[in-house]
Design a protein around this ligand. Structure first.
Ligand SMILES: Cc1cc2nc3c(=O)[nH]c(=O)nc-3n(C[C@H](O)[C@H](O)[C@H](O)COP(=O)(O)OP(=O)(O)OC[C@H]3O[C@@H](n4cnc5c(N)ncnc54)[C@H](O)[C@@H]3O)c2cc1C
Length: 387
């Protein structure tokens, strides 16, 4: 049966959009090349960090703050729908400075916090040592961002997939979309979209949501979206017994609590194409950060290493909204903030798909900022792309 909406991509963004749209009564199908949350979404650290990530007042910071504020109620809903829980912590983030230039960064973040009314407090050295006993004595200043939280994104993806199913979404895994065709009345049931999949029959729907993360610029049939993969490597330590349950970060890396004794260390930011693998150099840089910032962890057990591909755009902002004149909505390019922005993105896509204007927070995020209409592109898709 033809769906109302086909969502391509079963990462946190595709799943969040699918669940939201199904809850509005739409018939929604997700197609995912691998399995739920197999891309960047399970590689992430799970920081919900508007201020540390976007210390610049403006609509994008407002979108990040709005999404952070949506997370607790979203978790409660997802848990009620599935009976499953998601680890969430609101202790905040400790922004630490070793050097003078890092102190300047703390000042900038504190300034941004004050400008938008977010709580930030200087933490006395003794208190910091109590919370994080393995920290370097060379840390000269600590700023606590009370509004930068964290979530276990691996759990969130699993629970979200279960919630999407409970909402009536059809989840199709092992479906690799090779090409998208825009139907101009020539489809089995009129205008819409048809997707061509590797080794299977084409599927049609009235509308399409593209949520293919770092691969979003690579599916033929749509305008060439300027999304590129930016690799991030991370590792997990086990056996960390700190009183501090939140995040800790400097300009060179971060440490995020996970589970009872886990500590996730991240992350590299590398232009490495589609190679989602940890490397000697990448892991060495994470260990260097760990030894410099948290030297007391030298004997701690190194548990797991991994890498993921962030979807990045030329201006660092996501692509959220409709392709002009087409039954296609884009929800990608979330770069370092896709976990943070998942509930907001789902709400925004659902809002725009029901014919409402983009919210003020979505100002500047429309994919049409990179697409000139109606000129012919070389690929003949009817669009050209500028960046
Ligand atoms: C190391 C690391 C740390 C991070 N830390 C944080 C953090 O702390 N906080 C935060 O907010 N964000 C963080 N991020 C960023 C965040 O992970 C991403 O922004 C987010 O996961 C993007 O979600 P997505 O659903 O768009 O992409 P993905 O999770 O990559 O999902 C896209 C899906 O589309 C599927 N797909 C692609 N092409 C096709 C096709 N042709 N056919 C079918 N399926 C297809 C893929 O298989 C994939 O499952 C981090 C990222 C990394 C790598």
């Amino acid at each position: 049966m033809r769906s109302d909406i086909l969502v391509i991509g079963g990462g946190i963004i595709g799943l969040a959009c699918a669940r939201e749209l199904a809850r509005q009564g739409r018939r929604v199908e997700v197609v995912e090349r691998l399995h739920a949350g197999s891309g960047a979404s399970i590689a992430a650290a799970g920081m919900l960090a508007p201020l540390a990530e976007v210390p610049k007042p403006g609509p994008f910071l407002e979108a990040c703050r709005a999404s952070r504020d949506l997370w607790p109620a979203w978790i409660a809903e997802l848990s009620a729908e599935t009976g499953l829980s998601i680890e969430y912590d609101a202790s905040g983030t400790l922004l630490v400075a070793h050097e003078a230039d890092e102190e300047a960064h703390l000042d900038k973040v504190a300034h941004a916090a004050a400008a938008v009314g977010e709580a930030a407090e200087e933490i006395h050295h003794d208190r910091f040592r109590e919370w994080v006993p393995d920290a370097s004595p060379g840390i000269r200043r600590v700023l606590r961002l009370l509004g930068d939280h964290r979530v276990d994104n691996v759990q969130a993806c699993a629970v979200l997939a279960a919630a999407a199913l409970a909402a009536g979404v059809t989840l199709n895994y092992d479906v690799d979309v090779e090409r998208i065709e825009l139907l101009d009345g020539g489809g089995a049931e009129g205008p819409g979209v048809r997707i061509h999949v590797r080794g299977g029959a084409p599927r049609e729907a009235d509308h399409l949501v593209l949520a293919t993360g770092a691969w979003s610029g690579r599916i033929p049939g749509l305008p060439l979206l300027p999304v590129r993969p930016v690799r991030g490597q991370a590792l997990l330590l086990q056996g960390v017994e700190w009183p501090w349950r939140g995040c800790l970060r400097s300009r060179h890396g971060y440490a995020v609590r996970r589970g009872a004794t886990g500590l996730l260390i991240g992350a590299t930011v590398e232009e490495a194409g589609l190679l989602a693998q940890p490397t000697v150099a990448g892991i060495a840089s994470l260990l260097a950060f760990t030894r410099h910032t948290l030297p007391g962890l030298d004997a701690t057990r190194l548990d797991t290493l991994w890498a993921g591909l962030r979807p990045a755009t030329p201006d660092g902002l996501p692509l959220i909204g409709r392709l002009p004149g087409q039954p296609v909505w884009i929800a990608t390019g979330h770069f370092r903030n896709g976990i943070l922005l998942a509930p907001w993105t789902a709400r925004e896509i659902a809002r725009q798909m029901t014919g409402q204007e983009p919210s003020g927070e979505a100002a500047g995020l429309s994919p049409s900022r990179f697409i000139n209409l109606p000129m012919e592109s070389e690929a003949g898709s009817g669009y050209t792309v500028h960046s």
